[in-house]
Design a protein around this ligand. Structure first.
Ligand code: GLN
Ligand code: ZN
Length: 758
């Protein structure tokens, strides 16, 4: 008996087929039929994978050519006015990516994942009408292919909560306009078959909801569940517990509730309510967000614990979320160390785990066939090896981590900054950049050739040094005051460090969709982290040797390294980041001992790690601040520590930013003028701040006048003694033709403002 369930499957293709098809179509190298052909092949392949693995509940409408929220917006007829004369795929991709006449819709992160969805735009003056074409077509396509699917849609409350009002005001005022379209959708879905399972995703239920939103749950699901007796509704949540919503949903006529027992341990508290209601429980027990092989014995115990409350026949064994957030299959990982590979499980492998777990749980161990038995035994062996492998467990590091005596640097900010200002002698409104300079085709080529063993270490080093020479020469000529080496040796700010740290793994084909056709290949932390040797010292000291000005060392911070990796699940995240912090701390020490006087420790992804529930925020902030401080704890008072964050919105976390106690923080502000800087003044922030004076996301070259204006507006908020002048972020995605004049204008603007100020 297979009683199992997969919330959703990734869609980009195990060889990124969809990406390639889309990008070729967008570049007008192929037509839309080609995209549809590839899409169809992928859907069929993914259905087959699930069917062949023995998955009972397989989805349709989890596929998307760009994004499921966008699909839902189209289904509900939520088409912003600027796109209204377009149709079909032209309309769809214009909404996602913009066209000559209309800017794209906004995109933002899907909860605490690295997936980005398109933010629907709603307005009270718009009318919404159903377009169920995609859902209907995909259901029929699957059925013709021999798979009776459940249909996945995003629920009305989540849809509204994640939308924005273009006419300002509360999105929930649109409830009475949107819900009828959902009702119409269910009516149409009911026609599709005698019985239909409808998965309604309501991940918003895992957040701390306002009473007003909670009060919508019962009327919504009472109504939707009564549309047709053909439809069995499963309401799915993931990434956290949803106890408040569960309490309400058990009193509606929905068929099943999906809960994540891995990332929402508190869901256990809902089991009695669920048992009393006799609802079906879709138990998320195989991690949909991480790449580790499931520990089947542990999962069976977990299921047994659940079964103490909920009747076994009411349980379905499920992934904890859609498998969208993990790569496809280990099949193409040809270069990976086999011992490490054996600890991993991507989407396709997870299907087998889910099937096997349900078999063991509902039948018995004895009922397994030879192949299943082998799989089960291999699973036990792999998990045992993870518990003891020397690749993972390093006594020396564990001892060091447990016996840290110095958690933060010496000297209070006031004392440090006085010493630094005297010693470093930089001016008010000092100019600098965030680190990277344009990554030219030549630089990328050299890195690739070196990686593939086609050029020698010497040739590679020379190539990088040439770049650094040019980069330093340009900054000197331009008149920038604090220089950087330009980061030519880095492909990515996390990968670069990961590759040099012990305990870090890399995949060959571990692609995960980030948005649209864009995929990322996050590195993974499998073991205790250590730094066999200095990681940046040669490059930075070389760059410093080329100038008399101050060369700023450039490192990625522990929290960012953590948040942009798949993290081992056999250790608390805070313990992992502590190990990373120690490695960075050693690097800081080596840099300062080599004569580097300013060191920037980037925390670009600091905000991304925030938990979904406010009850967990404190714990996150505690370790994130602790480990940032630990990572710079070796810095002497005279070594100036900078940090950089790619945000402008600091209102809720300003106290945490203060607690990090960096001497200088650079942030992204250009697009918001001085608005978002105000919080720094409001709380009496003491440390120095470099608010970006121009937007680096666009190829546009800012004029001297506009930068002067921007600096003026910054000066309305913070005094000149406290301000640095820099672009919003690193320049690696820009071209030299854009960067050179932009930075020259920036320096020129500072000159003008300084003259005004004397
Ligand atoms: N130092 C990095 C760079 O300039 C910072 C990048 C970032 O903030 N995302 O590229
Ligand atoms: Zn940035």
């Amino acid at each position: 008996m297979s009683k199992n369930y997969v919330i959703g499957f990734p869609r980009i293709g195990e060889q990124r087929e969809l990406k390639k098809a889309l990008e070729s179509y967008w570049a007008k190298k192929s037509d839309f039929n080609e995209v549809q052909k590839v899409a169809s092949e992928l859907k069929h392949r993914h259905w087959n994978y699930q069917k062949d693995a023995g998955i009972e509940y397989v989805s349709s409408n989890d596929f998307s050519l760009y994004d499921n929220m966008l699909d839902m917006a189209v289904t509900l007829g939520a088409i912003p006015k600027r796109f209204q004369d377009l149709q079909d795929e032209e309309l769809y991709f214009a909404m996602a990516r913009g066209n000559q006449n209309a800017v794209a819709m906004e995109m933002t992160k899907w909860f605490n994942t690295n997936y980005h969805y398109i933010v629907p735009e709603l307005s009270l003056t718009d009318n919404y009408t159903l377009n169920a074409a995609k859902i209907v077509a995909e259901y029929k396509e699957a059925k013709a292919h021999g798979v009776k699917t459940k249909i996945n849609i995003i629920g009305p409350i989540t849809f509204l909560a994640l939308s924005k009002r273009v006419d300002r005001g509360d999105v929930f005022e649109l409830y009475s306009k949107i819900l009828p379209v959902y009702e119409a959708l269910l009516t149409e879905i009911a026609q599709l078959d005698d019985t239909i399972t409808l998965q309604i995703d309501e991940p918003i239920f895992v957040k701390d909801l306002e009473p007003k939103v909670l009060s919508l749950i019962k009327p919504t699901y009472d109504k939707l569940a009564l549309i047709s007796t053909n439809i069995k509704i499963a309401v799915l949540t993931y990434f956290e517990h949803s106890n408040e919503a569960t309490k309400i949903l058990v009193n509606t006529p929905v068929w099943a509730l999906g809960l994540d027992f891995l990332h929402g341990e508190k869901n256990f508290e809902s089991l009695t309510d669920i048992a009393a209601s006799s609802k079906v429980l879709i138990a998320g027990v195989v991690d949909g967000r991480n790449i580790w092989k499931n520990d089947i014995n542990a999962t069976i115990s977990l299921l047994k614990k659940i079964a103490k409350s909920v009747k076994k026949e009411n349980i379905l064994v499920s992934s904890s979320s859609s498998l969208l957030h993990v790569p496809f299959t280990l099949q193409y990982e040809e270069k990976m160390n086999n011992e490490i590979k054996n600890w991993l499980s991507y989407a396709v492998e997870k299907l087998d785990e889910i099937a096997l777990i349900s078999k063991i749980f509902f039948d018995t161990q004895e009922s397994l066939n030879a192949e299943e038995k082998a799989l089960y035994e291999a699973n036990q062996t792999a998990n045992a090896s993870r518990k003891s492998s020397p690749l993972i467990h390093d006594k020396k590091i564990q001892e060091r981590t447990q016996n840290i005596t110095k958690m933060e640097r010496n000297g209070a900010y006031e004392e440090r900054i006085k010493i630094q200002k005297e010693l470093l002698g930089y001016k008010e409104l000092a100019t600098t950049t965030i680190g990277s300079f344009p990554q030219t085709p030549e630089v990328r080529h050299a890195r690739r050739e070196f990686k593939n063993g086609n050029i020698s270490q010497e040739a590679y080093t020379q190539e990088m040094k040439n770049y650094i020479d040019d980069c330093v020469a340009f900054q000197e000529e331009c008149g920038i005051e604090v220089l950087v080496h330009g980061e030519p040796e880095r492909n990515d700010m996390v990968e670069y460090f990961g590759e040099q740290l012990q305990g870090y793994g890399f995949s060959q084909n571990g692609w995960v969709q980030s948005y649209g056709s864009r995929c990322v290949k996050p590195p993974f932390i499998y073991g205790d982290i250590s730094r066999p040797k200095p990681m940046t010292v040669d490059w930075i000291t070389y760059a410093q040797s080329k100038t008399d000005k101050i060369m700023k060392g450039m490192l990625t911070g522990p929290v960012t390294i953590l948040n942009w990796s798949f993290v081992r699940d056999d250790m608390a995240r805070g313990d992992v980041s502590k190990q990373i912090a120690l490695a960075i701390c050693d690097e800081v020490d080596d840099l300062q001992n080599a004569g580097i006087k300013m060191i920037q420790v980037d925390e670009a992804a600091f905000k991304e790690g925030y938990p979904l529930r406010s009850a967990k925020v404190q714990a996150y902030e505690d370790f994130a601040v602790r480990d940032f401080k630990l990572s710079v704890s070796s810095a002497k008072k005279e070594t100036q520590i900078h940090t950089h964050m790619c945000y402008s919105e600091f209102n809720d976390i300003i106290a945490t930013i203060e607690a990090m106690d960096a001497d200088v923080i650079s942030i992204e502000t250009a697009r918001s003028g001085n608005e978002l800087l105000k919080i720094f003044a409001k709380v009496g922030y003491k440390q120095e701040v470099g608010p970006g004076v121009y937007d680096i996301h666009s190829p546009r070259i800012p004029s001297v006048e506009e930068i002067v204006k921007q600096i003026h507006s910054l000066l309305e908020v913070l005094p000149k003694e406290q301000l640095w002048i820099n672009p919003d972020c690193g320049l690696k995605t820009r071209k030299w033709e854009e960067v050179k004049p932009s930075l020259k204008n920036m320096v020129e603007a500072v000159k003008i403002v300084r003259e005004e100020l004397v």
